[in-house]
Design a protein around this ligand. Structure first.
Ligand code: HSE
Length: 434
């Protein structure tokens, strides 16, 4: 059988990795598909010294690839929204299947892209868009297809996890670690996407759609970054038996779906609390299977290429299938997507870690407890440290039971009006993940 013809747009970190994996594992891949995969054209602004492209046609015009009549599958690895969207829509219009690693593109424009692809009977595959080399999209979409998914929670930004790990283990500064992540090629072009949770929210949006069968709704995801975290909170969390991770959480409730990315205290003995460095992990809880955990490299040249090539294999296998038998991109049939709403964060529920800086007076703890009780908030544990030498203030640290966010916000506002409470109350969400 003739090989499947592929055009690659972008020969940077992931494009170069994809090209090299395709060359190196060509025989294994052909044994899996029943035919080979041949890269016939590459669009890149500059050659990648790590890739021996031999006699393959190289162009600097991505549209030459999407218009090439010989090409069956276009691999979009240029990133960003604008040019990538134009490129992908053009490829679909030209009847080409698309494989992409572009989470921003899928999270923001995926609904439109999938609708166009359905009209044209082509596949848009995007395994590499979430958690790099971990086949978590396939696991949820296909492996867990018998389940009603209850919730998922993931460490889905390697840069952020690397920063938190280095800060906790080595006491390094935030800026120092971020610089190293950029040098290693993990960070986004705009690193605020990593540290402010935008990259994780792109990935969480995709996972939630596949888990719950809802349209992609990135604009409704709540994001909170890690740049405001202090070493004091990291250490107090440890003393209470928790680790702080930058977690994406998607949970189905009767009222709607929670879709949120924020620093989170997790019990230190959970497997996911021990996912360190640039590694990613996603926990998925289904009604039949219970909790499952997917772990691996969430970024990097060949880990991400692993997912891109797996998509190429999937698409190549499906080339002769009737389009109505393609696996739906969002796991559920397009006319069966649910309108269950995404909840505003004020309606989401979790437990909370609070750190209150209080004057060292009799009765302060009683006032704090009274306010929390007036707001219907149950305290799970409380810890009072010795007065700080520099200001004489006493850090009062407590963990609450689960409560709707609006209540904790109101309680914090009331606490901050107390004469004996100084400055802002630090609030970090807590998830038990059990
Ligand atoms: N900037 C991302 C990360 C790369 O750090 O996880 C993979 O999406």
């Amino acid at each position: 059988m003739k090989p499947v013809k592929v055009g690659i747009c972008g020969l940077g970190t992931v494009g170069g990795g994809t090209f090299n994996v395709l060359q190196r594992n060509a025989e294994e891949i052909a044994r899996r598909i029943g035919r080979g995969i041949e890269v016939v054209q590459i669009a890149t602004r500059q050659p990648n010294p790590r890739c021996d492209t031999g006699s393959i046609t190289i162009t600097d015009d991505v549209f030459a690839v999407v218009s090439n009549p010989d090409i069956d599958i276009v691999v979009e690895l240029i990133g960003g929204y604008t040019l990538a969207l134009e490129l992908v829509l053009k490829a679909i219009e030209n009847g080409k299947h698309v494989v992409t690693a572009n989470k921003a593109l899928i999270a923001v424009h995926g609904n439109e892209i999938f609708a166009r692809a359905r009209e044209k009977g082509v596949i848009v595959a995007f395994e590499a868009s979430v958690a790099g080399g971990i086949p978590v999209i396939k696991a949820i979409r296909e492996g867990l297809a018998g389940n009603r998914i209850n919730w998922l929670a993931g460490i889905i930004n390697g840069t952020g996890n690397f920063i938190l790990t280095e800060m906790r283990e080595k006491g390094r500064t935030f800026e120092d670690v971020l610089k190293e992540a950029q040098e290693l090629g993990y960070a986004e072009a705009d690193p605020t996407f990593d540290v402010e949770g935008i990259d994780a929210a792109h990935k969480l949006t995709i996972l939630a759609s596949i888990a719950f069968g809802i349209p992609l709704q990135f604009d409704k995801a709540y994001t909170e970054g890690i740049s405001q975290l202090t070493t004091a909170d990291v250490n107090y969390a440890e003393a209470l038996g928790y680790r702080i991770k930058h977690l994406g959480v998607a949970r189905r409730t009767e009222a709607g779906i929670e879709l949120r990315v924020h620093p989170t205290l997790i019990p230190a003995d959970r497997l996911i609390a021990n996912v360190n460095g640039v590694m990613n992990a996603v926990m998925v809880n289904g009604d039949a299977v219970g909790s499952t955990l997917y772990y691996g490299a969430g970024a990097g040249m060949e880990p991400t290429a692993s997912a891109v090539v797996a998509d190429l294999v999937d698409v190549a296998r499906a080339l002769s299938a009737d389009p109505s038998n393609h696996v739906p991109p969002l796991a559920f049939q397009h006319d069966a997507l649910s309108a269950h709403p995404i909840l505003p964060v004020s309606d989401c529920e979790s437990a909370y870690y609070l750190r209150i800086q209080a004057k060292d007076h009799p009765g302060v703890l009683a006032q704090v407890a009274t306010i929390l009780s007036q707001h219907g908030i149950n305290i799970e544990s409380i810890m009072q440290k010795e007065a700080e030498e520099h200001d004489g203030l006493v850090p009062v640290i407590l963990v609450t039971h689960r409560v709707v966010e609006e209540r904790i916000d109101n309680a914090i506002s009331a606490l901050e009006t107390l004469d004996d409470v100084i400055g802002k109350v630090v609030r970090i969400r807590v998830e038990q993940l059990n």
